[in-house]
Design a protein around this ligand. Structure first.
Ligand code: HEC
Ligand code: HEC
Length: 355
């Protein structure tokens, strides 16, 4: 019985991968022959969604996080996270139909198991071209108080940001009218828009709001650090010394720019000088945003250009504020490791529903 089931499963996997392969080839042909029109992947099968929606709106973070961060939440009153809105956002996030030739989704460059970032220094867009900067982790984005997005903060809000990769000529290559036409032609969307926004009508504004809701729902609060802060676990000696260094060492401490509990502040100080003549960041002032340092040890490379391959290399470097004495490196590393939360990044509610 068990063997038979396995057999059926294997056949299904083979059939599914052939299907994917064929679909992919068809797309490639369309691009090679110079099709300028965005074509909907009519062979697309719909997403697998749960009968009862997952909980995105009512995530209960520990009290010490809530106390520190309620005032930092960048959720606009016009776009609160709802379970149906974030569900639609999840489907859009993983739908390759958002790219011109149906090859790339948001999830291609923001991979769940990599804390919604990419292990590549630069990610590949829909025609194989490279992004200008390293992909960013999408954790605790809602707690970046100013709400400004990208390494250089060029997007004023998350709602503005999420439409930019779709229109970026390297990343997804669409126009907003093409996007709306394409999404409207897919049979699984009307019901999802109906549930999320009370109408089957599809617009780029609703697409933006749903994507922003999904991204805001991604929060991490189940690391060893969190257990320690709630008195449910203890630091090792190195971890504890590392925390003390993080909070107190240097003229401006690590915590001054990466403030607990989300290891995030939204006022990047100037000048922040990782020497990069090709990229001067915010207002060309050698300033850059840093995202939440949670899960930082779980995925590299690091910095806006992905030039730092490991945390060890960063701590041993001469980058201002980031290179530290040899005797402190191991301790800081031990502490940074306690920020890893594997629960959130393996939670099915954030996973690809098209798999
Ligand atoms: C081809 C790769 C690629 C694709 C596709 C892509 N991104 Fe990104 N994403 C990046 C890169 C690279 C950056 C940093 C770019 C910069 O700062 O100039 C980024 C930055 C972001 C940020 C900013 C995070 C912060 O803290 O400031 C958000 C949010 C984001 N992406 C969401 C999305 C969403 C939603 C989609 C799909 C609509 C998407 N991305 C598609 C590569 C990609
Ligand atoms: C003056 C503010 C400031 C101080 C102090 C500071 N950082 Fe940073 N940190 C930043 C900024 C800004 C970035 C992103 C810079 C970039 O990409 O060019 C960053 C990047 C990082 C990164 C890589 C993040 C990523 O997403 O790739 C790590 C890890 C890090 N810092 C840890 C530390 C540690 C540990 C300390 C203390 C030893 C520290 N920082 C001190 C501002 C600061």
């Amino acid at each position: 019985m068990k063997q038979k089931q396995t057999g059926i499963f294997v056949c299904m996997v083979i059939a599914a991968s052939c299907f994917q392969y064929c679909a992919k080839n068809a797309d490639t042909v369309a691009v090679k022959t110079g099709t300028t029109q965005a074509t909907t992947n009519t062979a697309a099968t719909g997403p697998q969604l749960p009968a009862t929606v997952y909980n995105y709106a009512g995530i209960v973070v520990p009290a010490y996080i809530l106390a520190a961060l309620t005032a930092n939440d960048n959720t606009p009153s016009a776009n609160p996270v709802t379970n149906d809105g974030a569900t639609l956002g999840r489907v859009l996030f993983y739908d390759k139909n958002l790219s011109r030739n149906n090859t790339v989704s948001c999830g291609s460059c923001h991979k769940q198991d990599l804390s919604f970032s990419d292990s590549a220094v630069k990610s590949k867009g829909f025609l194989g071209g490279s992004t200008d900067r390293h992909s960013m982790r999408l954790l605790n984005v809602r707690y970046y108080k100013s709400g400004k997005m990208f390494w250089d903060e060029r997007a004023a809000t998350l709602e503005d940001q999420v439409l930019q990769p779709i229109q970026n000529t390297t990343e997804m290559g669409m126009t907003l009218p093409e996007l709306v036409t394409k999404i409207s032609a897919l049979n699984y969307y009307p019901v999802l828009f109906q549930k999320a926004f009370g109408s089957t009508e599809i617009s780029s504004d609703k697409i933006s709001r749903a994507l922003a809701q999904f991204v805001r729902s991604i929060v991490t609060y189940q690391s060893k650090y969190d257990l320690v802060k709630q008195g449910m676990a203890g630091f090792t000696a190195d971890e504890r010394d590392g925390e003390t260094l993080f909070l107190t060492a240097g003229n401006i401490t690590c915590a001054g720019c990466h403030t607990p509990p989300m290891f995030l502040t939204s006022s990047p100080t100037a000048p922040f000088a990782l020497n990069d003549p090709n990229d001067l960041g915010i207002n060309n002032q050698r300033r850059f945003k840093s995202g939440s340092l949670r899960n930082i040890a779980a995925v590299g490379p690091y910095f806006h250009n992905g030039s730092i391959s490991s945390l060890q290399n960063m701590l041993a470097s001469n980058i201002p504020q980031h290179g530290v004495a040899v005797r402190d490196q191991q301790k800081l590393l031990a502490f940074l490791n306690t920020l890893t939360d594997n629960t959130s990044i393996s939670d099915v509610k954030y996973s690809d529903p098209f798999r």
